[in-house]
Design a protein around this ligand. Structure first.
Ligand code: ADP
Ligand code: MG
Length: 223
């Protein structure tokens, strides 16, 4: 059974004018896969990632996580599945500017029922894993772009999700710092995490074992 499965998924935005951002998309991700998604701007990449991340839902078609149809879940259940199973990383980091690095990474565990001491231990261990143990008390604005994105990755994986979804994670980074983030993705992958990464950068796309392309809402495998 696949970890993630989209079957005949269409996503329409009513407009006017109506836009079909995804058209009959079939896509599966197995546990442990590292998949990149490429395609021109406006082709439907973020729409697809938002559906995979339960931030949005198909207009038509089915989405299953571990075989479970998630389309029929209520909002609270969807949020619970999202919190437990999915980590998100965005191009512009989305860190809380007035909170320290440590607080940013603690945030997803606040309402998780994990005791405080253990939350902090996990956050520190994850920051150590991304090479930022020496930055825990810093504010995001004092860090480099590559460091900020590594904080965002730490925050995304601290709750040990099944899959990390990244939307242009290196889009704001230069080649050297983009390499830091890719090296981190390789490590997470080696630890068993499943990754789905949208990118414009052929170098980033090539790091994944598999690549799919979206053009005008239609998905195809890249050989
Ligand atoms: P990409 O991430 O590949 O650049 P998107 O998935 O963001 O593309 O967008 C695909 C298409 O759907 C675009 O035409 C975009 O304008 C449209 N779109 C995306 N989100 C919305 C929305 N919330 N409302 C209306 N149209 C949208
Ligand atoms: Mg996008």
């Amino acid at each position: 059974m696949s970890l993630l499965e989209l079957r005949d998924v269409t996503r329409s935005f009513p407009g006017p004018p109506e836009v079909q951002a995804l058209k009959g998309v079939n896509f599966t991700v197995d546990a442990g896969d590292y998949v990149s998604i490429v395609g021109p701007s406006g082709s439907g990449k973020s729409t697809m990632l938002n559906i995979l991340g339960l931030l949005d839902r198909p207009t038509v078609g089915e989405y299953r996580i571990d075989g479970m149809l998630v389309g029929s879940l209520g909002e609270d259940e969807r949020a619970a599945v999202r919190a437990r199973r999915i980590g998100f990383v965005f191009q512009s980091f989305h860190l809380m500017p007035r909170r320290t690095v440590l607080d940013n990474v603690l945030m997803p565990m606040l309402y998780s029922g994990v005791p405080r001491a253990e939350r902090e231990q996990r956050a520190r261990r994850t920051l150590d894993q991304v090479g930022l143990a020496h930055r825990t008390e810093f504010l995001p604005a004092t860090l480099s772009g590559g460091e900020r994105q590594r904080v965002a990755v730490a925050r995304a994986v601290v709750s040990r999700p099944s899959v990390l979804l990244a939307d242009e994670p290196t889009g704001n980074l230069d080649a050297a710092t983009s390499d830091e983030v890719m090296a981190l993705f390789d490590e997470l992958r080696a630890d068993g995490l499943t990754l789905v990464v949208i990118t414009h950068d052929p170098v980033v796309a090539a790091r994944a074992g598999r690549s799919v392309r979206i053009a005008d809402g239609r998905l195809s495998e890249v050989a």
